[in-house]
Design a protein. Structure first.
Length: 290
């Protein structure tokens, strides 16, 4: 096996089509077919089930795919490391951010970092904690901001901040007059919630399991402005990080009777290579959080 064969194999596995894979690899389709057949011959194993329109991985192909992606990521890391030894920088930080933190905590950090390092590019991907973890493991992101709980062993995390999760209601809602709210009273109301995969939703689901409560989810969306408008107009209530309510009018934040604090951390692949740009960003964020 060589890197070129593994690159062709991964691209075909991802597209499931020889024509599309060849187009994205900028090679002729017959050349791709020959390379894949040669790889199967070398391994003495079938890697794909073939039909007229689509190819699918065999069991053996699925096992190879995991190893091939890891090898290609390590090759990319090695190339970056060698480039930096020649005095070059990767020049880009690919960062995964959940919606609430991206909207209310990180804008100043991102602008401050860009001011200090004007030649570095910041690519921000908005996603939930579960998606960010997967993208880190797949090499799609360099760094990610996640809820520091149930983290896979293949990721490394470093604590940044603790943030309180509070009930959020419109100013005219009866709950707005209370100093605290119980979980049972909170779940008597119709809710507007993020979809599965966000730490906001994980918190709700965990509380429901723990106290055997059934949530009345009236709206489900990942659009934070929509969630805020629904709550302001008292169509539903929600739970958000307290920092959101500190910047938004027309909302009341009520702590839960059993206070809930989330450990927010920065994460990266345990065996991944962090470029000069990535390390500079991590240090900048940690200094800001301190």
């Amino acid at each position: 096996m060589d890197i070129r064969q593994l690159t062709y194999f991964v691209k075909l596995a991802e597209t499931g089509n020889f024509t599309r894979a060849a187009e994205q690899l900028h090679i002729a389709q017959p050349a791709l077919s020959i390379a894949i057949k040669k790889l199967e011959s070398q391994l003495e194993l079938p890697l794909f089930h073939r039909n007229d329109r689509k190819v699918m991985l065999t069991h053996e192909g699925n096992i190879l795919l995991e190893h091939a992606r890891l090898i290609l990521r390590q090759m990319e890391d090695a190339n970056i490391a060698m480039a930096e030894l020649r005095g070059l920088e990767k020049g880009e930080v690919r960062l995964g951010l959940p919606s609430m933190l991206g909207s209310y905590f990180f804008p100043d950090i991102l602008m401050g970092f860009k001011s200090q390092y004007p030649n570095l590019k910041l690519t921000i991907v908005e996603a939930g904690t579960q998606s960010i973890r997967k993208m880190l493991l797949n090499g799609e992101l360099d760094l990610g901001i996640i809820h520091n709980a149930d983290v896979p062993d293949s990721l490394v995390t470093e604590h940044l901040i603790n943030s309180q999760m509070v009930a959020v209601v419109g100013e005219g809602n009866p709950l707005a007059k209370q100093k605290t709210v119980s979980f049972s009273d909170f779940f008597k109301n119709e809710l507007v919630m993020f979809k599965q995969g966000y730490f906001h939703r994980e918190f709700i689901d965990d509380v429901c399991r723990q106290y055997q409560l059934i949530p009345q989810i009236a709206f489900e969306t990942n659009l934070l402005p929509m969630i805020l408008k629904i709550v302001r107009n008292d169509f539903a209530i929600t739970a958000l990080l307290e920092m959101v309510t500190q910047h938004e009018q027309g909302l009341s934040a009520i702590p839960f009777q059993q206070p809930v604090y989330l450990d927010i951390a920065i994460a990266w692949r345990k065996n991944g290579y962090l470029s000069v740009a990535d390390r500079a960003f991590m240090e900048f964020v940690k200094q800001h959080c301190q």
